[in-house]
Design a protein around this ligand. Structure first.
Ligand code: NAD
Ligand code: TYD
Length: 351
């Protein structure tokens, strides 16, 4: 049995990762440390709450005493750090929380990890990062592991800072660390502030679909389960201090993606009550400040070293995602509570 300390496991990717570890593997025990921000939702893991291989701990990655105690008590073999503030738009209106959790929080985890290893424990630390640390691409080219960091948003800069700390902790203290830089994820349990679940939830209610700028920004979409399988593989099998790009070669302009979602919903549910196609809900709104034009990952290294390839293409993954949101409208209604309505008004009403 290997023990894995997952941080941020009540969020979108973390909860999918924990579900994968417990459902598809028999030899992992999981401790989930999460402070339950607006994005952390205990309902994301309801079905595994009673699994004897699972333990939830309510706490902040910035709480050094708590982390020290947890490491001493549970003696993890792996730490996988998902915990973060993750939404670019929120980092533009309120960057402080991103500095606190993504940089100072990761630093605190690393300090605790260093003390734990210095005391003679064997453990690896996997930092779950993003392709946004590389900045923005023009119409050509890809992000490689060797691409220089050039983060553009406070979110991206905070994730880049954390990556630098992780790298430095390997170089200086010879700790066993790994970093993955993944492209945009989508799939079940994603909070409806991000493009895909926001558009699905608005389209279901016949509300405007707010596309930023001209809608021609490109993202490289990866189905969340593919990302989680890559993380498990890197955690278990990568050589120390490796960094891996993870992506699906699923580049699409935002406007095309939103139209795809609309057409799929029309096919399943018929048109809106007034007979219009859902595409007519698309509304171009003011652009995001400093909006990155294009992200695209070259994922050859993880394919060649570890044999990972994505299993789910964008059309299939989108159908599975829409199925999930249609089957889980209660989840969607619950997360769009009062604080979500306030967020939505502040972010979109004046755009
Ligand atoms: P999310 O916002 O859905 O979840 C973040 C989780 O972290 C929540 O459960 C939240 O409660 C928890 N958390 C926040 N601050 C914390 C703190 N101080 N202490 C403990 N827990 C805390 O995020 P996500 O989309 O699941 O992303 C997870 C990680 O993957 C992040 O590090 C993000 O940068 C990275 N990532 C995300 C994407 C993507 O497309 N979503 C792509 C690449 C990398
Ligand atoms: P998002 O899901 O926030 O991910 P990221 O900014 O990390 O890539 O946004 C994906 C793309 O969709 C990005 O180019 C911004 C755009 N977008 C909209 O056009 N409208 C929206 O309401 C949102 C949330 C995003």
């Amino acid at each position: 049995m290997k023990t894995i300390l997952v941080t941020g496991g009540l969020g979108f990717i973390g909860s999918n990762f924990i579900r994968l570890l417990l459902n598809d593997f028999s030899d992992y025990k999981v401790i989930n440390l999460d402070t339950v921000t607006y994005a952390g939702n205990p309902k994301n893991l309801t079905e595994i709450e009673t699994d004897s291989r699972y333990l939830f701990v309510h706490g902040d990655i910035g709480n050094r005493d708590l982390i020290d105690d947890l490491l001493k008590r549970e003696k993890p073999d792996f730490i996988v750090n998902f915990a973060a503030e993750s939404h670019v738009d929120r980092s533009i209106t309120g960057p402080a929380a991103f500095i606190e959790t993504n940089i100072v929080g990761t630093f605190t985890m690393l300090e605790s990890f260093r003390a734990y290893c210095t005391a003679g424990h064997k453990c690896r630390f996997l930092q779950v990062s993003t392709d946004e640390v590389y900045g923005s691409l023009g119409t050509e080219g890809y992000f490689f592991e060797t691409t220089p960091y050039s983060p553009n948003s406070p979110y991206a800069a905070s994730k880049a800072s954390a990556d630098h700390l992780v790298r430095a902790y390997h170089h200086t203290y010879k700790l066993d660390t790994l970093i993955t830089n993944c492209s945009n994820n989508y799939g079940p349990y994603q909070f409806p502030e991000k493009l895909i679940p926001l558009m699905i939830s608005n389209a279901l209610e016949g509300r405007d679909l707010p596309v930023y700028g001209d809608g021609k920004n490109i993202r490289d979409w990866l189905y969340v389960e593919d990302h989680c399988r890559a993380l498990e593989l890197v955690m278990r099998a990568a050589k120390t201090n490796e960094t891996y790009n993870i992506g699906g070669h699923n580049e699409m302009e935002n406007i095309e993606l939103v139209k795809l979602l609309c057409r799929s919903l029309d096919r399943r549910l018929g048109p809106l009550p007034d007979g219009r196609a859902r595409e007519t809900l698309i509304t171009f709104v003011g652009d995001r400040q400093g909006h990155d034009q294009r992200y695209a990952i070259d994922a050859e290294k993880i394919k060649n070293d570890l044999g990972w390839e994505p299993q789910t293409d964008l059309v299939k993954g989108m159908e599975m995602t829409i199925d999930w949101y249609l089957d889980n409208q209660e989840w969607l209604n619950q997360v769009r509570d009062g604080s979500y309505q306030k967020y939505y008004q502040e972010m979109y009403d004046k755009r």
